[in-house]
Design a protein around this ligand. Structure first.
Ligand SMILES: NC(=O)c1ccc[n+]([C@@H]2O[C@H](COP(=O)([O-])OP(=O)(O)OC[C@H]3O[C@@H](n4cnc5c(N)ncnc54)[C@H](OP(=O)(O)O)[C@@H]3O)[C@@H](O)[C@H]2O)c1
Length: 257
């Protein structure tokens, strides 16, 4: 199977590429930074692209069996200035619009689009439980997820199967965990706020298995929460992390607004 992937150089995408290769599939990397992608994937087909603009890169989609759309400006790396918020939104909303445009124009078309979204779709609550039928929240991230998913939904007009995965926090070696560990190592770790916020998570390998499953199962279609079945409160998660690192988890850390 030939699989075009955006965001392939990221935390999730890089592991997906590894697994696809190990299974004998053919990943095609769409990236903004060809030189960096070549260093990560010296033996793979790499196409430079402009995520929010149409261009000749879109022709690369023709002949692919599937597309996995993971690209997006990182959420937690920079302060949310108005410019940064626009980048977070545009990279997902316009980026997905251009991918769907490319799929619609492709001849032959891929059979499936697997598109990332996030459980941020639901907003947050200390008491409510959310499943795929729950309505969306109304904070910034919830609105980004709605716009992101709305663009992906349009691929169905082209007769292409769509799987949207609403990702929980992805845990593995790197990613969110890499940002959470340093305060613990300095004996300063602990949850933000009350610690009662829910922490819905998924292991990176389970997520990659889910993406592979979605790619190969013609009967899988629609929106799925990509989370482990046992979410924990943030305080519980931090306690577990502190235990593993042999460090205390302090409660609470004042919220940084
Ligand atoms: N990791 C999590 O805990 C988590 C949770 C919920 C949702 N998600 C979503 O799942 C997707 C994959 O997550 P990840 O952790 O693998 O992300 P990541 O490590 O931050 O990688 C995202 C990739 O997107 C591309 N990218 C970065 N900034 C961009 C921009 N401004 N415009 C267009 N493309 C950009 C980059 O690829 P190139 O430089 O090669 O173009 C990058 O490798 C993301 O959309 C993320 O929002 C992740």
């Amino acid at each position: 199977m030939k699989v075009a992937i955006t965001g392939a150089t990221g935390f999730v995408g890089s592991r997906l590429v590894e697994r696809l290769q190990a299974q004998g599939h053919q990943p095609l990397i769409l990236t903004r930074n060809r030189a960096a992608a070549l260093r990560s994937f010296p033996n793979l087909e790499i196409v430079s692209y402009t995520p929010t603009e149409s261009g000749s890169w879109q022709e690369a989609i023709a002949g692919c069996d599937a597309v996995v759309n993971l690209a997006g400006e990182p959420i937690a790396e920079h302060r949310w200035t108005p410019k940064q918020k626009q980048e977070i939104l545009d990279s997902r909303k316009l980026g997905t619009q251009k991918i769907v445009e490319a799929i619609a124009q492709a001849n032959p078309k891929p059979a499936v689009l697997v598109n990332a979204s996030a459980i941020g779709y639901y907003g947050s609550s200390e008491t409510a439980t959310f499943d795929e039928t729950s309505s969306s929240g109304n904070d910034f991230l919830a609105e980004v997820c709605q716009d992101w998913e709305a663009q992906a939904q349009k691929v169905k007009d082209a007769g292409v199967r769509l799987v949207i995965l609403r990702l929980g926090i992805v845990l593995g070696n790197g990613g969110a965990l890499a940002k959470m560990i340093p305060p613990f190592q300095l004996f300063a770790g602990g949850p933000l706020g009350t610690g009662r916020q829910w922490f819905s998570w998924i292991h990176r390998d389970d997520l990659v298995n889910l993406i592979l499953f979605a790619l190969t199962r013609p009967d899988m279609e629609g929106v799925f929460n990509a989370t482990a079945p046992n979410p924990v409160r943030m305080s519980e998660f931090c306690q577990a992390l502190g235990k593993v690192l042999s460090r205390p988890s302090w409660l609470p850390v004042p919220k940084n607004d």
